[in-house]
Design a protein around this ligand. Structure first.
Ligand SMILES: Nc1ncnc2c1ncn2[C@@H]1O[C@H](COP(=O)(O)OP(=O)(O)O)[C@@H](O)[C@H]1O
Ligand SMILES: [Mg+2]
Length: 197
């Protein structure tokens, strides 16, 4: 299982990972109701292949582990769906196919994905705002981000755009909400895609 410790990006992104080690330690707050909020994170870089998705996946796994171990410790049932990973690009492809084929069953699946991603205690929204999206699709992603930020649910965003661009991709109000309680981490370095360790 990919974690922060064994992540292939850890060495090159050492500074970011030192911050993330501290961030993951705040996950135990998921068990104190009314406690301090768990922050969201915006992981970005202009160039691809330097470990954003890898890191977001490692964080998601850390959340699942923290939920499981913490549930045991507090004598609670671990959650069925503690976290959701949404690949925005493939979600957009699914959405396009569903509308193109006018399939009610496929649209129902899209709706279910939206609701699941809105309400999950923790979510990764991978490659947000990367592809030019139709107005309709964008409004769905807007609905997801809006729900999560309004309800203070921690979210890891990855993007190839600076966060300021979210004011254009979505709108100024949602951008403000995204920035609230959100750490911004910029990834540097060349693409490692296709390199096997
Ligand atoms: N710093 C790194 N050192 C070694 N391999 C890396 C590093 N960053 C990413 N990789 C590898 O490169 C590939 C692309 O990484 P990915 O996380 O998908 O990049 P991004 O989401 O930033 O485009 C993956 O196979 C990942 O394991
Ligand atoms: Mg990626």
């Amino acid at each position: 299982m990919l974690t922060l410790k064994n992540s292939p990006a850890r060495e090159e992104q050492a500074k970011i990972y030192a911050t993330l080690d501290k961030y993951v330690a705040t996950f135990e707050r998921m068990f104190d109701e009314g406690g301090e909020r768990i922050k969201s994170l915006y992981l970005w870089s202009e160039s691809p292949g330097n470990g954003k998705t890898t890191t977001a996946t490692a964080l998601l796994n850390e959340w699942i582990i923290a939920n499981y171990l913490g549930s045991l410790k507090h004598g609670r049932q671990a959650l069925q769906t503690p976290a959701v990973f949404l690949d925005t690009n493939s979600f957009q492809t699914d959405y396009n196919l569903a509308t193109m084929t006018n399939s009610e069953a496929e649209m129902a699946k899209i709706k279910a994905t939206i609701q699941r991603t809105q309400t999950a205690p923790f979510a990764v929204l991978d490659d947000i705002g990367v592809r030019s999206a139709s107005e309709a699709f964008r409004s769905y992603v807007h609905a997801i981000v809006n729900y999560r930020t309004t309800n203070g649910l921690p979210t890891i965003f990855t993007s190839n755009l600076p966060i300021e661009e979210m004011a254009v991709v979505f709108d100024a109000r949602l951008y403000d909400r995204m920035r609230d309680q959100c750490g911004i981490l910029k990834f540097e370095g060349k693409s490692k895609r296709g390199i096997r360790k």
